[in-house]
Design a binder for this molecule. Structure first.
Ligand code: NAD
Length: 282
């Protein structure tokens, strides 16, 4: 087998460039875009994520506020709180950090965010528009994957793509974005039979399962592009992805590392969505 010069896609570098461009654009605005981040409860990972989003937003000139609410808050009280933010002209984008405590319905909460302020792109109206080919605010991780992919393969028309995972957050919107690029898309998931065979003909594999080391050599056609969405803390407390990264060097055409691939680009896409929402609300 010939050795391929595998390209490592640098998500950190791309994210920095996008954030610099957004900062330049925001500096021209008369007022600051405002972002509200709602955290219910004290999930340690969620606390880290929301602080990270706030820091990244403030760095580029977005006014970010974290609303840290009690874990015993009722669903009705949370919905009323979101409705107030919907009516607040200084808030242009709202995110509710998931997961929510078990007594609160995620659907009921996400449905309450005004679609124009839905910077995570999870409201049924934004999802529906994406599915009928009229994307507006699109979920950040699939957007990140699309840009990472296009950085190494600008023309995706006719490519065979396999998306592994079918979540509302990643897998399903990812498939729609790839269809909009005119790829032939196969959506695989936990009940897919013979996943390796399904992947072997793919020019592009986007894996979003959270199953460490799922994607091995036997899954990958020579020269395929791999976008690894998975974030898993392994037994050695190291952050790893779905893809066995080392095995792809010399086999894949390009691969995203974990960390340093999809993660930083997801944050950049969230900030881009805030700016998009702000401009729409002017
Ligand atoms: P999820 O648990 O909602 O969905 C996982 C999907 O993977 C499911 O549809 C399931 O059918 C599929 N799946 C699970 N195991 C499988 C297997 N062995 N074979 C085939 N399919 C399998 O998770 P999610 O929210 O979509 O996130 C997926 C992963 O991506 C997680 O590791 C998460 O931490 C990570 N993630 C990363 C970012 C980022 O910014 N990099 C953003 C969102 C999610």
């Amino acid at each position: 087998m010939s050795q391929i010069n595998t390209q490592i896609i640098d998500g950190k570098k791309m994210a920095l460039q996008i954030e610099n461009d957004l900062a330049t654009e925001i500096a021209t605005f008369k007022t600051k875009p405002g972002m509200a981040v709602i955290l219910v409860g004290d999930n340690p990972a969620s606390i880290i994520y929301v602080n990270h989003k706030k820091k990244a937003a403030e760095k580029i000139g977005i006014n970010a506020q974290i609303f840290h609410l009690s874990p015993v808050m009722t669903q009705d009280a949370l919905i009323s709180f979101i409705k107030e933010l919907n009516n607040n002209p200084e808030i242009h984008g709202i995110i509710v950090q998931l997961p929510l405590p078990k007594h609160i319905s995620e659907d009921a909460v996400l449905d309450t965010i005004h679609p124009d302020k839905d910077i995570d792109g999870l409201h049924p109206i934004n999802m529906g528009n994406l599915f009928i080919g009229r994307p507006n605010l699109v979920p950040c991780t699939p957007l990140a994957c699309q840009l990472l992919l296009k950085s190494v393969c600008p023309d995706l028309v006719g490519k065979n793509a396999v998306v592994i995972g079918r979540s509302r957050l990643v897998g399903k919107p990812m498939t729609q974005l790839l269809l909009s690029e005119q790829c032939t898309v196969t959506q695989a998931h936990s009940k897919t039979v013979h996943l390796a065979e399904v992947c072997q003909n793919a020019d592009i594999i986007i894996s979003a399962t959270g199953s460490a080391g799922l994607i091995q050599k036997s899954f990958v056609k020579e020269g395929a592009i791999l976008i690894d969405v998975g974030i898993i803390r392994n037994a050695d407390k190291k952050i790893v992805g779905d893809v066995v990264f080392e095995d792809m060097i010399g086999l894949a055409g390009a691969v995203t590392p974990v960390p340093g691939g999809v993660g930083p680009m997801t944050v950049a896409m969230l900030l881009a969505n805030v700016v998009k929402a702000y401009k729409k609300q002017l």
